[in-house]
Design a protein around this ligand. Structure first.
Ligand code: FES
Length: 85
């Protein structure tokens, strides 16, 4: 598991191994937008403030990976993440 801190709402949510970031946020009542939930549509694109991301989507261009994350499939690689939510 790892933690995701939401910079704007001041919340911190734990993401278990068997849940996506998107699911974990939804469980906590955080409003999110999604569609495919398989890393292909681009709907759940979220701005990343800090953290080391394990990108698992098919959407982000190389130059976007430094500051964006697709929260339906991607995870923290090491440590925790801070998102602009
Ligand atoms: Fe489609 Fe995440 S919901 S890429």
């Amino acid at each position: 598991a790892f933690e995701v801190t939401l910079e704007k709402s001041g919340k911190t949510v734990t993401v278990p191994e068997d849940r996506s970031i998107l699911e974990a946020l939804r469980d906590e009542g955080v409003a999110t937008v999604s569609s495919c939930e398989s890393g292909t549509c681009g709907t759940c694109k979220t701005k990343l403030i800090s953290g080391d991301v394990d990108h698992r989507d098919m959407v982000l261009m190389d130059h976007e990976q430094a500051d964006h994350i697709m929260i339906c499939v991607s995870r923290a690689k090491d440590g925790d993440l801070v998102l602009d939510l």
